[in-house]
Design a protein around this ligand. Structure first.
Ligand SMILES: O=C(O)C1=C[C@@H](OP(=O)(O)O)[C@@H](O)[C@H](O)C1
Ligand SMILES: C=C(OP(=O)(O)O)C(=O)O
Length: 428
């Protein structure tokens, strides 16, 4: 448990670790490439460590001994059968991505995760892979992990991705498609959630030498055959991790500069800055980074966060400190993350005295200026790093906010508490 100490004001410059999403994509592209790649500024965390261990088990040599530059020795798409099951914890991204990577190999692959991962769906990806002649099953028939894949390489040709509430299925298919036996095409049914992550996948693939033809709207793709080219690759700071520092400035009326998340960015989560600006924050871009200054009075807004679900808890917490109502639309997919985040955010905000409504795909927060109606509470984090980090922000204004199981931040941001507390001490 950790008790957050309120601050009078903030004036700090912070850096954040490398992007989780970019690190995992770069790891996979580098692992499948011909030759050695260097990844600069990667994220070392629980999730990326699961990804590295899995790639090693599949025969890829990964040297992460230097925390600022990892060396990945790509196998040109050759994937070995591992000696034992691949355990990925609650790493949704890696579970979805590595299922397709396993399909490139020859032999039997078991992919497992923790209890929560066994409730997070993957059926649309399984069905799409079957269209490329991959033999893959959900072991207990739930359409969730654990999975067994009998790898025989990817046939390619045409497949259809049924509608689903995760962009990770699509990114997963795209990442391996260049290695199919014949050129691959892909049709995507229904609404695509979290679209900026698909754009990120295409951008990383292009950076490693594979250009995909995508229809506008991302409902069809033509993926050329080819191999990734090994390269030196710089990874941006994590925008989702930066969101807690941006939010800290917003609710305290302080000033925080995040030094290493560029604008423009490959990360859709930077769109949160535009939403915070609509709520009244000032955003400046200088050589030092992006500076956000919180206003005297924050205003509630209405937003669609279907594209950027990971920062919806951050915005919801800020909204509790804004005058008026904030409506966050299109966030049903928050329910299949590390926990049911829609319900968790509503429950924990209510525990602090906020007036919040929960609907199947929306959250409505009736905020009060400076969070005058809020009081301290022990926040249940549901083993979800984003619940822990977003509610820590609330504690900068409201005395008595205690975050339980604070170690869960290790999934994406192992030294979050050190950086968070440095931000406040630097401001005094
Ligand atoms: O592709 C990625 O790197 C991610 C995609 C998003 O998931 P969904 O597409 O399931 O919303 C996001 O929530 C996750 O943290 C990372
Ligand atoms: C949803 C997340 O990650 P994943 O889906 O990779 O578990 C996250 O980091 O917020």
């Amino acid at each position: 448990m950790i008790t957050i100490t309120p601050v009078h004001t903030l004036n700090a410059v912070v850096t954040v670790p490398g992007s989780k999403s970019l690190t995992q994509r770069a790891l996979i592209a580098a692992a499948l490439a011909d030759g050695s790649s260097r990844l600069h500024g990667p994220l070392a965390s629980e999730d990326t460590s699961f990804t590295i261990q899995a790639l090693r088990a599949m025969g890829v040599s990964c040297d992460d001994s230097d925390p600022v530059c990892w060396q990945i020795h790509g196998n040109g798409g050759r994937i070995n059968e591992p000696d034992s099951a691949i355990f990925l914890g609650n790493n949704g991204t890696a579970t979805r991505f590595l299922t397709s990577v396993a399909a490139l190999g020859h032999g039997c692959f078991h992919i497992t995760g923790n209890e929560r991962m066994a409730q997070r769906p993957i059926l649309p990806l399984i069905e799409a892979l079957r269209g490329w002649q991959v033999d893959v099953v959900s072991d207990n028939g739930t359409g969730c992990p654990p999975l067994t894949i009998i790898g025989r390489g990817l046939a390619g040709g045409h497949t259809v991705l049924p509608e689903g509430e995760s962009s990770q299925y699509l990114s997963s298919l795209l990442l391996v498609a260049p290695y199919a036996a014949i050129p691959a095409t892909l049709e995507v049914r229904g609404e695509i959630f979290s679209k900026p992550y698909v754009a990120m996948t295409l951008a990383v693939m292009a950076d490693f030498g594979i250009r995909v033809e995508a229809a506008p709207g991302f409902n069809a793709f033509r993926i050329p055959q080819g191999r990734y080219q090994a390269r030196t690759y710089a990874i941006e700071g994590d925008a989702s991790g930066a969101s807690y520092f941006w939010a800290a400035a917003a609710i305290t009326g302080g000033r925080v500069t995040v030094a290493n998340v560029p604008i423009p960015s490959m990360q859709g989560d930077t769109k949160l800055l535009a939403y915070l600006a609509r709520m009244g924050c000032w955003i400046d871009q200088t050589d030092a980074g992006i500076t956000i200054t919180g206003p005297e009075v924050l205003e509630g807004i209405e937003v669609d966060m279907g594209d950027i679900p990971d920062v919806a808890p951050t915005l919801a917490v800020v909204a509790a400190f804004a005058q008026g109502t904030t409506i966050i639309h299109n966030i049903a997919h928050l329910r299949i993350k590390e926990c049911d985040r829609l319900s968790a955010v509503v429950t924990e905000l209510r525990k602090m005295g906020a007036e919040v409504e929960e609907e199947p795909a929306r959250m409505i927060i009736h905020g009060r200026q400076r969070g005058d109606n809020l009081h301290g509470a022990t926040i249940e984090t549901y083993d979800d790093h984003r619940i822990a980090m977003s509610f820590a922000v609330a504690g900068l204004r409201v005395p008595g906010v205690i975050i339980s199981n604070e170690q869960c931040v290790a999934k994406s941001f192992p030294d979050f508490w050190e950086r968070f507390s440095r931000m406040t001490t630097e401001s005094q």
